[in-house]
Design a binder for this molecule. Structure first.
Ligand code: SAM
Ligand code: CA
Length: 242
């Protein structure tokens, strides 16, 4: 039986989760976002949980509009749910540069991105993000981005922090997704939960230590003001101070 990671989210009451989705998120979800969500479930089954939830995406969309984001970065696209959310939230002359080695997954969402009429706001770059981030710094792109959404290889989040602090402007925002890592971060590495709960055992093997380290690091980084929000699977917002 597939492990249902939804039950590991901070909002572990299924009734409340349904309530938020049905009352607030789904009624306002763009038709093509819904179509990406459905197409992802069809193709990737339980792995479709990798898409941001509709309520988290609704929050991201609002945030992008509140900060008047025009130029943004996305690390980790998968089928493009958060990417389409971003493209829809940007002004018509806005741009999101999005990195992912997996073009096949991106192409699952691409027809819906085209149908939504926002493909012109997206530069999809196939490949791991880090070399491109370093190239952008070398090519003088420092301080030009309003926002960066990091939702890729959890083990390397902390390595993205230094280049992103250069690429995002002072006052800009870096958002790290899944920083509650399905609730695992609350537990000490020796906690019984990692022996008794098969899902937790799995989660501990990928990214647990690194996300715990990242959370401590971000909370103490004087160059940013940050908050770990309990939306989705945890979303840490960092505002660059200087
Ligand atoms: N942001 C997407 C959304 O909410 O719909 C989901 C992204 S999914 C959780 C993580 C993605 O990160 C995968 O598609 C994977 O291929 C990608 N990824 C893994 N390593 C990466 C890297 N080094 N650079 C960029 N993307 C990477
Ligand atoms: Ca995520």
């Amino acid at each position: 039986m597939a492990i249902d990671l939804k039950d590991k989210m901070i909002l572990s009451s299924p009734a409340l989760r349904e309530y938020i989705l049905e009352t607030s998120a789904y009624p306002n979800e763009h038709q093509q976002l819904k179509e990406i969500r459905d197409a992802t479930v069809d193709k990737y089954k339980h792995m479709s949980i990798m898409n941001a939830s509709a309520d988290e995406a609704q929050f991201l969309s609002l945030l992008l509009k509140l900060i008047n984001a025009k130029n943004t970065l996305e690390i980790g696209v998968f089928t493009g749910y958060s990417l389409l959310t971003t493209a829809l939230a940007l002004p018509d002359d806005g741009k999101v540069i999005a990195f992912d080695p997996d073009r096949e997954a991106y192409e699952v969402g691409l027809p819906y991105i085209k149908k939504a009429g926002v493909e012109h706001k997206i530069d999809f770059v196939q490949g791991p993000a880090m070399p491109f981030l370093n190239d952008m710094i070398t090519n003088g792109k420092e301080g030009i981005f309003d926002f960066a959404f990091v939702d890729a290889d959890k083990e390397n989040y902390i390595k993205y922090h230094e280049p992103l602090l250069k690429l995002v402007k002072v006052g800009g925002v870096i958002a790290y997704d899944n920083t509650l890592w399905f609730g695992s971060v609350a537990f000490d590495p020796n906690d019984e939960i990692f022996k008794n709960d098969p899902a937790m055992k799995l989660i501990k093997q990928i990214g647990y230590e690194e996300i715990r380290h990242l959370n401590g690091f971000l909370a103490n980084d004087p160059r940013i003001e940050s908050t770990l929000l309990s939306v989705g699977d945890g979303l840490t917002l960092c505002r660059r101070k200087y």
